[in-house]
Design a protein around this ligand. Structure first.
Ligand SMILES: Cc1cc2nc3c(=O)[nH]c(=O)nc-3n(C[C@H](O)[C@H](O)[C@H](O)COP(=O)(O)O)c2cc1C
Length: 200
């Protein structure tokens, strides 16, 4: 299968963290299951596949999960999404510690795969690692063997998030303009390629 390079890159460009959602547009359980079905196919260290997923689109449980999350540390005057613009679904990525003890790389691969697939379907996601894990464990009723790694919040986007260049004013800190557009500075290609051993 060959895909247009530009098409894939555009998907990557569009797959930004979204933190405000259309609170009245639910995401069906079948969609969440499909996203996890995609994530289970990705590479895994030693192919151990220690990741497990808790999926939720039930509003009352969603509210409880929401209470465990910390939003947008750089937007210091924004307390997080208001009622009506909160995520409508969640995928919580956990690791079975009996299977593997260093699952973070697997988790990143799975999380971004879900984010890309979701974006391709017009859904917005935000990965959240700043969590009250003890509280969340209780809410989800998780056994001790499962380590909570990351929460993915999902819904139809109610905000625009765009890429920006790292500049003097903002550095790498994301920021929101007066129209409410969220800007995400990314380091330049020349900054991130540390060395280049190029064929002549
Ligand atoms: C491992 C990880 C943990 C993150 N945790 C949080 C979080 O707790 N709260 C939040 O609002 N955003 C969180 N984010 C989102 C980042 O802030 C976001 O990726 C970054 O600002 C760049 O924006 P972009 O995703 O649009 O490129 C997390 C992202 C990653 C990869």
């Amino acid at each position: 299968m060959k895909m247009e390079a530009g098409e894939f890159k555009e998907l990557v460009r569009r797959t930004r963290s979204i933190r405000r959602f259309r609170g009245n547009e639910p995401v069906a359980s079948g969609v969440l299951r499909e996203l996890v079905d995609c994530a289970r196919l990705v590479p895994s260290s030693a192919n151990l596949q220690p990741l497990r997923y808790v999926i939720c689109n039930r509003p009352d449980k969603g509210e409880e999960i929401f209470a465990c999350l910390k939003w947008a540390g750089y937007l210091t005057d924004w307390p997080g999404p208001a009622p009506g613009e909160r995520p409508v679904a969640y995928i919580v990525i956990v690791a079975d510690s009996v299977i593997a003890s260093q699952p973070w790389c697997d988790c990143g691969i799975a999380a971004q795969t879900i984010a890309l697939y979701a974006a391709s379907q017009g859904l917005g996601t935000c990965m959240l690692g700043a969590l009250d894990r003890d509280r969340l464990r209780g809410i989800l009723g998780l056994e001790k063997r499962y380590e909570i790694l990351l929460v993915l919040a999902l819904g139809r986007p109610a905000e625009q998030a765009v890429l920006a260049e790292v500049d003097q004013e903002h550095g790498i800190r994301y920021w929101r303009d007066t129209q409410g557009i969220h800007h995400v500075p990314k380091r330049s290609l020349s900054e991130v390629i540390l060395k280049e051993f190029a064929a002549s």
